[in-house]
Design a protein around this ligand. Structure first.
Ligand SMILES: C[S@@+](CC[C@H](N)C(=O)[O-])C[C@H]1O[C@@H](n2cnc3c(N)ncnc32)[C@H](O)[C@@H]1O
Length: 234
């Protein structure tokens, strides 16, 4: 582990200790170590096949299990999913290597993912982890390829919104997506948590889209991960 990663871990643990107390921070670290060992064991053959030197932002970066598991366990704790009073049915859209879902399942939730069909590394990882995943490219104005209903729908570091292209989704596309989700896929009292990648403008979304989300009762949390802002619908 390099020094900057170690510092990042230490500051994450300190923040949790401040918010929830030392015992909870200790539980986080102990669960993290356990899940990391499990994941590294299960994914070793896949990592050997797909690892590349210096992956940068390419998908092979997710083979760095210690870093990405840490990030995903932080998401799980930030959303209170590690101590939720009831078992939730969770869909993670753009689940990638599915570490978030793996951790949610560890805390007793029923989990499903959705991602593109043609990334062999993701395909092998979700199969090795036994995560149910819908394989589909999301496109604007289309329903999701499932009519199941969920208590929580998440999407982290979103790319399916045509991220970083001139066609990046605006109000019309998001409204269609959210209405379809609401009508077809959400249980009563379900929540949707979205976190956006930074666009070329330097912001995750434009002010009009932010106003639209706020008008739909979104709350914008303190940026949870990597300075990305999360929008939560009630
Ligand atoms: C930046 S990665 C984030 C992965 C994961 N959510 C995380 O936070 O670690 C974006 C993910 O979105 C997926 N993705 C990109 N375009 C998509 C689309 N049109 N439909 C479904 N998934 C898509 C990618 O395959 C990738 O797994």
């Amino acid at each position: 582990m390099n020094q900057s990663t170690a510092r990042r871990y230490a500051s994450g643990i300190r923040e949790l200790a401040r918010k929830r107390g030392v015992a909870e921070a200790f539980r986080f670290w102990s669960d993290y170590r356990k899940l990391k060992r499990e994941l590294e064991r299960k994914l070793a053959p896949i990592a050997a096949r797909h690892r590349v030197d210096s992956p940068g932002v390419a998908y092979q970066k997710y083979l760095e299990v210690d870093y990405w598991l840490f990030e995903n366990l932080r998401r799980v704790f930030a959303l209170g999913l590690d101590r939720h009073p009831r078992k939730l049915k969770i869909l993670d859209i753009g689940c990638g290597a599915a570490y978030f879902l793996y951790a949610c399942r560890y805390y007793g939730h029923e989990v499903e993912g959705l991602d593109v069909p043609d990334n062999e590394m993701y395909n092998e990882i979700v199969a090795a982890l036994g995560i149910k995943r819908y394989s589909k490219y999301i496109t604007k104005f289309e329903d999701l390829p499932t009519a199941e209903r969920y208590d929580l729908v998440t999407a982290f570091m979103i790319c399916f919104n045509c991220h970083n292209t001139p066609e990046v989704w605006n109000i019309e596309e998001w409204e269609s997506f959210l209405l379809s989700l609401h009508d077809r896929n959400l249980n009563a009292d379900a929540e949707v948590v979205l976190s956006f990648n930074i666009e070329k403008s330097g912001d995750p979304i434009n002010p009009e889209l932010l106003s639209y989300f706020l008008s739909r009762n979104a709350t914008v949390d303190v940026p949870m991960i990597h300075m990305r802002i999360d929008y939560r619908f009630k």
